[in-house]
Design a protein around this ligand. Structure first.
Ligand code: ATP
Ligand code: MG
Length: 558
């Protein structure tokens, strides 16, 4: 039996490069890596990178490493390391035994830094961060040499070793590469390789008082691991000459190549760990896994199936130019997957009580409801019909406009899986609000069809009062009200209606009792999933997504 391979998957410029490299016999095995910095939870942008790197390793002969880029202990935490691993697995990928940490290479990186010093290619700079920044020049002006640039090798080695030994306070010195302060590419103007940081590291503890920069650690880590294709996002394109400079100057065991692709951007969404961290810290959301967050943890809690995310990533492809993807595309993929996989149930979001006056008091009967219209193997379940029911408040109007076909006084409708009912009376409270309906049912219409062939124009969902339970339902809307939220002032763009809590909803009793973690469709309402905030007496359900794209329509209307 043959596995479905490259021919079936989407092609893109990176896969084309890899195929050409294989055809030319450059590599026998393709090695990629996903290199998160453990300074936050992963978001859907990372999912794109994961699916690409791990996907390539599945499609071509190869492997993909999970490597934590743990070079900044001030911002990094074990919680993030754990969550990242959980998220990669959830998305459906596996690094096997290929789990690595940049911190595993700290010794080697340090030795190589000494070698750069000995080769006259690096120096210790005593300037302040500000002085270094100011002397770096601009796009049109060259930078200025540091007064410490021409230190002797011996002095540099001595100072660098003392930096390592922890002799100097934070920020007093750095190690810089000696490249070219007049380089057109500012990344080559003597970039910083090491900074002093007296900080506890989750893995190396207090061993180190200096930590390598991203630019210095990244390419060398790739080289140590034998990465063949090092895929990153476009903002690193200008760093590639520096990446290549280190690979050329150091005795690295392999020569990886960096390739850049477009970042994923989505409308109504900010994909930046800095912003997401701020949303959590400032309490704009209930945590990293708040279902409104574009984090994988948030999407998982919200009931988004990983297969829908993978499909979305496949559809958007891999491009060389940045663009913004319509969030509607993501929602479409989620709906498609849930429509296919989720069982149908009934839930009433805003209940209105109905009494069937001609149904005998104390009597109930079991009716058969199907669990999935397109999948007979999903089976059926029993729903109890009785004298007291609930329908959706929206499904009733006392004085309906012309095209309103649902329940209104004198009008007949079908209750799903049950009977035709007709509204005969309305009970109001002192405020004049309708609080209860009086109806009659036609016993001859059991199962939903009238023997005399008469038709009704609406079929409505409902719940029996006796066999349904109260639930809290949370409806999530876009976290931002602006299609392109401003990352530098995102609080102003937050959507005040991003969370709507329906505290008095009702759901089928069987739904409340089951501990199913899969989302289900509440007919006519959308897809819902049990939330971890549920308590034994009060189930909480989150709406993963509505049935139709009402959001796009609202936007179009303006
Ligand atoms: P952010 O920009 O959100 O802070 P980051 O790039 O700093 O994220 P890393 O942990 O360094 O986060 O990223 C790990 C990998 O994920 C990198 O290879 C990075 O290029 C990739 N990545 C991050 N954001 C996106 C995105 N929006 N689209 C595609 N890939 C992304
Ligand atoms: Mg980064």
């Amino acid at each position: 039996m043959t596995e479905p391979v490259a021919a079936e998957v989407a092609r893109d410029f990176i896969r084309d490069i890899i195929q050409a490299d294989l055809d030319q016999g450059k590599y026998r095995e393709i090695v990629t890596r996903f290199p998160p910095e453990p300074n936050g939870y992963l978001h859907i942008g990372h999912a794109k990178s994961i699916a690409l790197n791990f996907g390539i390793a599945q499609e071509f002969p190869g492997r993909c490493h999970l490597r934590f880029d743990d070079t900044n202990p001030v911002k990094e935490e074990q919680e993030y390391i754990d969550s990242i691993q959980a998220d990669v697995r959830w998305l459906g990928f596996d690094w096997g035994k290929n789990l690595f940490f940049a911190s595993d290479y700290f010794d080697r990186l340090y030795e190589w830094a000494e070698q750069l010093i000995r080769d006259g290619l690096a120096y210790v700079d005593d300037q302040t961060q500000e002085e270094i920044r100011l002397s770096r020049g601009t796009l049109t002006e060259p930078g200025k040499h540091s007064p410490f640039r021409d230190r002797s090798v011996d002095e540099n080695l001595d100072l660098f070793r003392r930096m390592k030994a922890g002799e100097f306070p934070n920020g007093t010195r750095v190690l810089r590469a000696k490249i070219d302060m007049a380089a057109g590419n500012i990344n080559l103007r003597d970039p910083v390789l090491y900074r002093i940081l007296h900080a506890h590291h989750p893995r190396t503890g207090t061993k180190w008082h200096i930590y390598p920069s991203y630019d210095y650690a990244h390419g060398q880590s790739d080289a140590i691991e034998g990465i063949t294709h090092s895929i990153c996002t476009l903002e690193f394109e200008d760093h590639r000459p520096l990446y290549d400079w280190f690979i050329e100057k150091l005795p690295v065991p392999s020569r990886p190549h960096q390739y850049e692709m477009a970042r994923l951007n989505i409308t109504y969404t900010l994909l930046s760990k800095r912003v997401l961290t701020q949303l959590v810290r400032d309490g704009h959301v209930a945590g990293w896994d708040d279902p409104r967050m574009p984090t994988m943890a948030g999407m998982r809690r919200r009931g988004v199936p990983p297969a829908a995310l993978r499909e979305f990533i496949k559809r958007i492809g891999v491009a060389k130019a940045n663009s913004v993807v319509d969030v509607g595309m993501l929602e479409f993929c989620i709906r498609e997957e849930l429509n296919r996989t989720s069982q149908r149930r009934m839930g009433v979001l805003r209940p209105l009580k109905v009494v069937i006056e001609n149904y005998p008091e104390g009597q109930t009967e079991e009716l058969e409801a199907i669990n999935h219209p397109d999948d007979p193997s999903a089976g059926t379940r029993k729903i109890t019909f009785g004298r007291e029911l609930y329908i959706e408040q929206d499904d009733f109007m006392e004085s309906p406009p012309k095209k309103f076909f649902r329940l209104s006084p004198g009008n007949e409708v079908r209750l799903r899986y049950a009977y035709f009912v007709k509204c005969t009376g309305v009970i109001k409270n002192d405020a004049g609000e309708v609080v209860e309906l009086r109806c009659t049912y036609d016993p001859a219409t059991k199962g939903g069809n009238a023997p005399d062939g008469r038709k009704v124009k609406a079929t409505m969902h409902w719940l029996p009062a006796a066999n349904s339970v109260p639930a809290e339902i949370r409806i999530y809307n876009q976290l931002f009200a602006n299609p392109s939220p401003d990352a530098s002032n995102f609080a102003a763009d937050l959507n005040p209606q991003s969370l709507e809590i329906l505290a008095d909803a009702r759901i089928e009793a069987s739904v409340a009792e089951s501990n199913a973690t899969e989302p289900m469709q509440f007919e006519r309402q959308g897809y819902f999933v049990r939330d971890k905030d549920s308590t034994p007496g009060k189930p909480v359900f989150s709406r993963t997504i509505g049935l139709r794209d009402t959001f796009a329509k609202e936007v179009a209307k303006g």
